[in-house]
Design a binder for this molecule. Structure first.
Ligand code: FRU
Length: 468
């Protein structure tokens, strides 16, 4: 059925029906990757929050599991009660898959009764979760938090060998990340340490979905604020973080609420919601679903000190047929690469030998519409332009790409029916949802403007379904 829906992504997680937003509870547990999501099964609209649940042997092929968490009783469609975003951890004492999350109970209906609190649930089979008898495990925000208190993310802190937790919060002037330390092996009792980091207001006054982790000899923090996913890289002394580098986790419009985790191989991985609160008025609602999760991304420190990402190598396992390759080619004008809306396109350009001012990669293209990805040589800028494509948000988003030492610009592009993820070799990511108007809009073309662009190679690989 999924394959028949022309706008449903094939190799990205989407809910069988209803709405999803933030990825939750990411973990590799007993060998399997688990991906849970903020989920409203009743309608393709945000509503009472459940956690949907899928698992995977390799991080790219998924199978459905029953709903992991249900909203607290009572719940009705106008009630914003729910189990909001949270994280997962292996409880080393019990072996359980433990989730630690936000309980938001009837905040809108009874604004002054119950604030957002932190709760916990554990599972011994990785399927059925039992709420902690100690719930809520953090019953109130610290007094310096006035604009929200949610999205607990648990992590192991090697600086003092303890379990710590960051929670998103804020006040009228700045976003804040609150830091807690575990005082019990059940991970159900936590001591408040203080504000790990706060902003100057320019990145929002309520920071959602914080994540904090060591990366090489630095620490990386990322969070959502003002509808944008920000990262900061810097140093950490066990209680506070000093930021040295601020940037965007993704330069496109449809990436928010990313969650980080470490897998058994020690990789720092993340999945983001391929959506955003402002852009999420998707035409897929007529087909009963809304929202998709990004491909799993590996995080790394960029050469300029920022936080970069690339798709996990397992994406290669999604290939559904042989790749076609253009080989080294001097391009003047337009060359058609192929026709597919479920594929990976890997492009390498010889910057030293090209003399055109710009080249374009056209995606989801037909005579009626297309998405343009334009690279301008002089200012090393990549622009993703959806103004001539599909339904949904039209716009143009740009990022400057660091000049590669070997003069090869590498672009790795994942095309999936109604989404595009673009990864440049320097660690830049750009994600956008696009809903083509016509099923014919699948062409992939490269265009060199006003001169020659030397493509080292252009490789198109058809990708198949993530569902097993
Ligand atoms: C982020 C967010 C979280 C919250 C969840 C509710 O997108 O607003 O802060 O926990 O969505 O679904």
């Amino acid at each position: 059925l999924y394959a028949l829906d022309p706008i449903r992504p094939q190799f990205h997680y989407t809910p069988y029906q209803g709405w999803i937003n933030d990825p939750c509870g990411l973990i590799q547990w007993n060998g399997k990757y688990h991906l849970m999501s903020q989920f409203n099964p009743a309608a393709p609209l945000w509503g009472p929050m459940h956690w949907s649940h899928v698992q995977s042997p390799d991080g790219v092929h998924w199978s459905e599991l029953p709903v992991a968490l249900y909203p607290p009783y009572p719940s009705n469609p106008e009630d914003t009660s729910g189990r909001y975003t949270g994280s997962a951890v292996l409880n080393k004492d019990t072996g359980a898959l433990q989730v630690i999350f936000t309980d938001a109970s009837e905040v809108a209906l009874h604004p002054n009764t119950l604030p957002e609190v932190v709760s916990s649930a554990a599972s011994s089979d990785g399927i059925t979760f039992n709420l902690s008898p100690d719930d809520p495990i953090i019953a109130a925000p610290p007094p310096n938090s006035t604009s929200g208190f949610r999205d607990p993310k648990v992590f192991w802190d090697p600086t003092d060998s303890t379990w710590k937790m960051v929670v998103g919060s804020g006040d009228p002037h700045s976003g804040k990340v609150q830091l807690y330390q575990s005082t019990s092996s059940e991970l159900t009792s936590w001591e408040y340490i203080g504000v790990l980091h706060s902003g100057d207001g320019s990145t929002g006054t309520m920071w959602e979905c914080p994540n904090f982790f060591p990366l090489d000899d630095k620490w990386a923090l990322f969070y959502g604020g003002n509808g944008v996913g920000w990262y900061e890289v810097g140093s950490y002394n066990g209680t506070t973080f000093t930021s040295e580098h601020l940037g965007l986790l993704d330069a496109g419009p449809d990436s928010y609420a990313a969650q980080w985790f470490v897998d058994d191989a020690g990789r720092n991985l993340a999945v983001a919601w391929m959506g955003n609160w402002d852009t999420s008025k998707w035409p897929s609602r007529v087909n009963g679903w809304a929202g998709a999760q990004s491909i799993m991304r590996e995080l790394f420190l960029r050469e300029d000190g920022g936080l970069g990402s690339r798709p996990v190598s397992e994406v290669a396992k999604l290939a559904s047929g042989p790749a076609s390759s253009l080989g080294r080619k001097d391009v003047h004008g337009t060359v058609t690469v192929g026709s597919s809306n479920s594929a990976r396109l890997q492009v390498s350009v010889d910057l030293a030998e090209s003399n055109a001012p710009a080249f374009t990669i056209q995606l989801f293209a037909s005579s009626a519409e297309s998405v343009s990805l334009v690279y301008t040589f002089a200012n090393k800028t990549l622009t993703l332009d959806t103004t001539q494509a599909g339904q949904g948000q039209g716009g143009a988003w740009s990022a400057s790409i660091a000049k590669p030492a070997n003069d090869r610009l590498e672009l790795d592009i994942l095309i999936d029916r109604s989404s595009l993820e673009v990864f440049a070799g320097d660690g830049t990511a750009m994600t956008v949802t696009v809903f083509p108007r016509y099923q014919e809009s699948k062409d992939i073309k490269i265009v060199s403007h006003g001169g020659k662009t030397v493509f080292e190679d252009v490789v198109l690989t058809p990708l198949g379904s993530a569902w097993v």
